[in-house]
Design a protein around this ligand. Structure first.
Ligand SMILES: C[S@@+](CC[C@H](N)C(=O)[O-])C[C@H]1O[C@@H](n2cnc3c(N)ncnc32)[C@H](O)[C@@H]1O
Length: 250
C-alpha cells in the first residue's frame, strides 16, 4: 500500500490525526522536500514526533527513480509525505499512476493547502482565482516570462492569480524578489506590470504576515522567514477590498 499524506502548512503538528495514525503504522516513511517545506519543523523534529525514521527524497528520487518507494509499497505499507496537500501543485499523480500500474493499492490523506490558506489570509474569494503560476529563479540565458502571461490573461478575465515562489535547496524566493521578477518580465516584454500585489509569509504558523499594496511598498517590506507566496488580484469585490484594508494594510 502507498499512502500519500499531506502534512499541512507549517510544522509537524499540522498533519491530520488520520495522517499521523497512518505514519505510526507504516513500514517505510518517505518525505519529499522539493515541492514545499514545513518551515517550522526539520527531519529530526518530525522523526521525534512520529517515533520513526524518515527517508528524505529529492526531485530525482521521486520523478526519475521512484522504484525504491514502489518496492517498499509492494512489500508492506509505505507513506509518502508532502507539505500542504500531496496533489496540489505537485507532480505526484505520476507516482500514483505508476503504483497502480504495478498493482499497488494507494490512498490519499489530504492536508491543508496554501491554495486555500491564501483565501483565508487575503480575503480573496476562491472562486475568483484563475490558473496559478510559479516563478523560478532565473539562470544564465534563461529568464522565462510565461508567468506574466498567466497573470495578464487572468486579469483580462477578471480573475486573481496565485503565484508560487521558487524553493531551492539553499534559498527560498521572497515576496520582494517575486515582485521584482514580475516587473522585469513586464519590462522585457514591453508590457505593463500589475498594479496591486498581495504578499503572504508563513501561512499556517502562529505569525503569518500579509501585506497588500503597490510594488514599491511590497519590495521595501520585510516579510521575514520563508515560505513566501504572492497573489496578483484582479478587480476587488467590495468585501475583498475591505478585508485587505482590515488585515493587509491596503
Ligand atoms: C509548488 S507549491 C506546493 C503546494 C502544496 N502542495 C500545498 O498544497 O500547499 C509550493 C509553494 O507554495 C508556497 N507555500 C507553500 N506553503 C506555504 C506557506 N506555509 N506559507 C507561504 N507560502 C507557502 C510557496 O511559494 C511554495 O514555494
Amino acid at each position: 500500500m502507498l499512502t500519500f499524506i499531506g502534512l499541512g502548512l507549517y510544522d509537524e503538528k499540522d498533519i491530520s490525526v488520520k495522517g499521523l495514525e497512518a505514519i505510526k503504522s507504516a513500514d517505510s516513511i518517505f518525505l519529499e522536500g522539493y515541492t514545499s517545506r514545513l518551515m517550522g519543523a526539520d527531519i529530526k523534529k518530525m522523526e521525534e514526533y512520529y517515533g520513526k525514521k524518515v527517508i528524505f527524497l529529492g526531485r530525482d528520487d521521486v520523478e526519475k527513480h521512484p522504484d525504491n518507494i514502489l518496492d517498499c509499497a509492494e512489500r508492506g505499507s509505505a507513506v509518502f509525505l508532502t507539505g500542504g496537500d500531496p496533489m496540489v501543485s505537485t507532480t505526484h499523480s505520476d507516482l500514483r499512476i505508476r503504483a497502480k500500474m504495478r498493482g499497488i493499492p494507494t490512498q490519499i490523506i489530504h492536508g491543508a493547502s496554501i491554495q486555500s490558506a491564501v483565501c483565508g489570509l487575503s480575503g480573496l474569494q476562491n472562486y475568483r482565482f484563475g490558473k496559478s503560476c510559479s516563478i523560478p529563479y532565473p539562470e544564465k540565458n534563461w529568464f522565462p516570462t510565461t508567468p506574466l502571461d498567466t497573470i495578464l490573461q487572468n486579469i483580462e478575465q477578471d480573475l486573481h492569480t496565485l503565484v508560487f515562489l521558487d524553493i531551492k535547496p539553499d534559498r527560498f524566493m521572497t515576496v520582494g524578489e517575486g515582485v521584482l521578477l514580475i516587473e522585469q518580465m513586464a519590462e522585457k516584454r514591453n508590457l505593463s506590470a500589475p498594479q496591486i500585489f498581495v504578499g503572504m509569509a508563513r501561512a499556517g504558523s502562529a505569525e503569518p504576515y500579509v501585506l497588500a499594496g503597490d510594488s514599491e511598498k511590497l519590495k521595501k517590506a520585510d516579510f521575514g522567514a520563508p515560505l513566501h507566496v504572492l497573489v496578483i488580484p484582479s478587480s476587488l469585490h467590495m468585501m475583498e477590498k475591505e478585508y485587505l484594508e482590515t488585515f493587509a494594510g491596503l
